[in-house]
Design a protein around this ligand. Sequence first.
Ligand code: MN
Length: 248
Amino acid sequence: MPHSLFISDLHLSADQPHSMAAFRRFIAGLTPQACPEPSRRAEALYILGDLFDYWAGDDDLEDEFYAQVIAALRGLAQHGTQVYLLHGNRDLLMGETLANACHATLLNDPALVDLYGTPTLLSHGDMLCTHDAEYQRYRAQVHDADFQRQFLAKPLAERKAYIAQLRERSIAEKQSKDSAIMDVDDNAVAALLREHGYPRLIHGHTHRPDRHEHRVDGHICERWVLGDWHQQGSALRCDAQGCRSIGF
Ligand code: MN
């Protein structure tokens, strides 16, 4: 049956070999060698943010580790699976050069797609975590086009050092924050669903894989949360009959 796959929060980096190994297995399972019947292969792979643990800019795609990830996605695209990339908070600096190297299409956050007849809104999900005012202030700053232009004008090594510093601070802050603050806000979810005509919603970011139902203005909307790849791979498969999570 024609179907699409959704993943997010892989946080791939050279110092996390487990998640890279899981990513390689996942991609290998989608190739014609593993799945010779074309109709059984995924039509599309949507990566809903945080593919990389960090992305300092498209001038880093020559890096040996990143080149492997890019080659894997490009191979998938060349075998006929459409690859879509959406920015996460860790890899929000992914640009067209990277997308072209992966033979992928960059999506806006959120992106409304027709998924086998069901309008479906795709998002990384961090914009929905509005309980965390401090994070939303930071998010507004780093999404600012001028801020990004100035940041990308710095040398790559300087950008990497800055990001490493930021990550350390973020780890320390997360430990002191209430976990409810870091989940999505139901009111923000309702507002987003209302704005887009009550679609189904698929997002990641919170690392709390689950299926939820939201009743908004009398509409019942499904919300699927994707899992992270810290312990094992995690994906969502959607076809005309609906979505289900798949492990591997
Ligand atoms: Mn995230």
